[in-house]
Design a binder for this molecule. Structure first.
Ligand code: S3P
Length: 446
């Protein structure tokens, strides 16, 4: 059982008429990578719109410990990087808190350095499988000097004198694993190749190219992506404007659909197609989401989303869509709780190894609030109640998982009875301003 000694519960109530215009914080995936690549680059990197959540701040601390100069000047984060291949051995363990992305990508980043690095994290992170990253790193010559059973944190890595470039076919749909191998390739002589049978978010590839790395992507006859990175090149400091996080926008988005008489606009949301599976699914369910003011910002497409209360109907979400909405299934399940008929989510086994076992955490939370659902090994079926009658009234165990907390607070905004979550504190890992932002739209959350 994952418990938090300073647990702070929160409660949300039926809140019709959500109205207003908001901006969600910067994208978490791009924020982690901006700090990492800026810290490795030669010269100065300036980042605006960085997500200042706990997960990302842990990455900033880790990069400082390894020699990067990172300062916040007004709203801009300014980094003077070490230069590629020039990170320093950290004198103390790197503590990634709750952050899987920070921990896994940094394991790749430091794995190919001839130094010793220890990784620690909170109770949630310490339960998550790290073998998926350690396996390819071992092939590159990295020694795992310490690991808890099942290749879990705390973990100590000792890098080789000279890492060996590998060709690695990623066995599960995971951008973190892809990225860890590519980042290890940055300090490895020769060409490191990652083969990705199912495309996942492509921020690492795009941003490394932007920083000047020699990286190319080719798609083979079977549709697999072959990503080739030339190691030991030079990265050059960049100006980065981080777009709004679609995984955070998902919460006010679904709230605006299910709370009656709502009309809200969420500005500046990243529209990278590897991240927009939730919008597509909600539109298939009949959601009124207008994607307006599409524009380019720093090499990525962004748009404003205008959302109005909608009558939703159940749909089947195909397994191949999972990578493009992997973090959005908990809040999709909440939307499905108010849809007419059944919503079936297929091929979602990766949810079991997120900040919590999200498949069972979602099913348990739905059942505690009167939602009819069935949990399978890799599937979830939810049968909704469009009028919200009889829903709510339950207490949700969040298991140190920010997205479980936010999803169920959204459920309470449209349910007949209030919903309580056992702990709001983890929300600060990805969306510190979630509760005040929702309150500004008219949500009753206390
Ligand atoms: C992320 C990849 C995904 C996602 C996580 C962020 C990234 O994890 O769930 O929130 O930034 O690369 P997996 O690689 O485990 O699917």
């Amino acid at each position: 059982m994952t418990t938090n000694l300073q647990a702070r519960p929160a409660l949300s109530r039926f809140s019709p008429g959500l109205t207003g215009t908001v901006r969600v914080p910067g994208d978490k995936s791009i924020s982690h990578r901006s700090l990492m690549f800026g810290s490795l680059a030669s010269g100065v990197t300036r980042i605006t719109g960085l997500l200042e959540g706990e997960d990302v701040l842990r990455t900033a601390e880790a990069m400082k410990t390894m020699g990067a100069a990172i300062e916040r000047e007004g709203g801009t984060w300014v980094i003077r990087g070490t230069g590629n291949g020039c990170l320093l051995e950290p004198k103390e363990p790197l503590d990634f808190g709750n952050a899987g992305t920070g921990a896994r990508l940094t394991m790749g980043l430091v794995g190919s350095y001839d130094m010793v690095t220890r990784f620690v994290g909170d109770a949630s992170l310490s339960k998550r499988p790290m073998g998926r990253v350690l396996d390819p790193l071992r092939q590159m010559g990295v020694q795992v000097e310490e690991a808890a059973p099942g290749d879990r944190l705390p973990i100590t890595l000792r890098g080789p004198k000279h890492a060996a470039p590998i060709t690695y076919r990623v066995p599960m749909a995971s951008a973190q694993v892809k990225s860890a191998v590519l980042l290890a390739g940055l300090n490895t002589p020769g060409i490191t190749t990652v083969i990705e049978p199912v495309m996942t978010r492509d921020h690492t590839e795009k941003m490394l190219a932007g920083f000047g790395a020699e990286i190319e992507v080719e798609v083979d006859a079977e549709g697999a992506r072959h990503i080739r990175l030339q190691g030991q090149g030079t990265l050059k400091g960049q100006e980065i404007a981080v777009p709004g996080d679609p995984s955070s926008a998902a919460f006010p988005l679904v709230a605006g659909l299910i709370a009656p008489d709502s009309d809200i606009t969420i500005e500046n949301v990243l529209m990278n197609p590897t991240r927009t599976g939730l919008i597509l699914t909600l539109q298939e369910m009949g959601a009124d989401i207008a994607i307006v003011n599409r524009r380019l910002a720093g090499g990525e497409e962004v748009a404003d989303l205008r959302v109005r209360s909608s009558r939703l109907k159940g749909v089947e979400v195909p397994p191949e869509r999972a990578p493009a909405m992997i973090d959005e299934y908990p809040v999709l399940a909440v939307a499905a709780s108010f849809a007419e008929g059944e919503t079936r989510m297929l091929g979602i086994e990766e949810l079991r190894v997120k900040e919590s076992d999200r498949l069972s955490a979602v099913a348990d939370g739905l059942k505690a609030n009167g939602v009819d659902c069935t949990e399978g090994e890799a599937t979830l079926a939810v049968r909704g109640r469009p009028d919200g009658k009889g829903l709510g009234g339950g207490q949700v165990a969040t298991h140190l998982d920010h997205r479980i907390a936010m999803s169920f607070l959204v459920l309470g905004l449209a349910a007949e009875k209030p919903v309580t979550v056992d702990d709001r504190s983890m929300i600060a890992t990805s969306f510190p301003e979630f509760i005040p932002l929702m309150q500004r739209l008219g949500a009753e959350i206390e």
